[in-house]
Design a protein around this ligand. Structure first.
Ligand code: CA2
Length: 147
């Protein structure tokens, strides 16, 4: 069974507790449980991780090499700043779907820049927690087509 890492970055552990106007009321634990459930329905084994630390996110991507078949990545603010994460994404060679809860393209100009998008399989933004489900579906289709 293909294995997928769902990796969340800085501050996403606060989901559902603060700023519900932007990020909604769903907690990260609820999103992760939904990912595991969606994965089960799609025939994917889903493992979830979150870190507030750039290097720990790089380490998590490295650890996924040879173990996992794809990654759903919401790197939070590091999306817009981190060349190290971009290098880790391209270095692992894993298919990575970049996810954002909010429509980053409708927000501040600095959020419209992604260092990850050019090395990602694709990007999903603006659909709230449903974006993770869409990303898992996209990865399942990609892995299936690749054989
Ligand atoms: O829309 C997204 O998913 C983001 O990746 C969320 C990041 C933001 O820096 C990106 O530009 C877009 C921020 C996550 C912060 O989450 C919070 C949740 C509740 C309270 C405060 C922050």
């Amino acid at each position: 069974m293909p294995s997928i890492l769902v990796l969340n970055g800085p501050n996403l552990n606060l989901l559902g507790t603060r700023e519900p106007g932007i990020y909604g009321r769903t907690t990260l634990a609820e999103i992760e449980a939904d990912c595991v459930e969606t994965g089960r329905a799609l025939g994917l084994e889903v493992t979830c991780r979150q870190s507030n630390h750039e290097g720990a996110l790089v380490d998590a991507l490295h650890a996924a090499m040879g173990v996992q078949d794809g990654v759903v990545l919401n790197a939070g603010a590091y999306t817009h700043t981190s060349v190290a994460l971009r290098d880790a994404v391209s270095g692992t060679g894993l298919p990575v779907v970049e996810v954002h809860l909010s429509n980053v393209h409708a927000r501040e100009p600095f959020r419209q820049v992604s260092h990850l998008a050019p090395v990602a399989l694709g990007v999903i933004a603006g659909f709230g927690p449903a974006g993770y489900r869409l990303a898992l579906r996209a990865l399942a289709g990609h892995l299936d087509a690749r054989g």
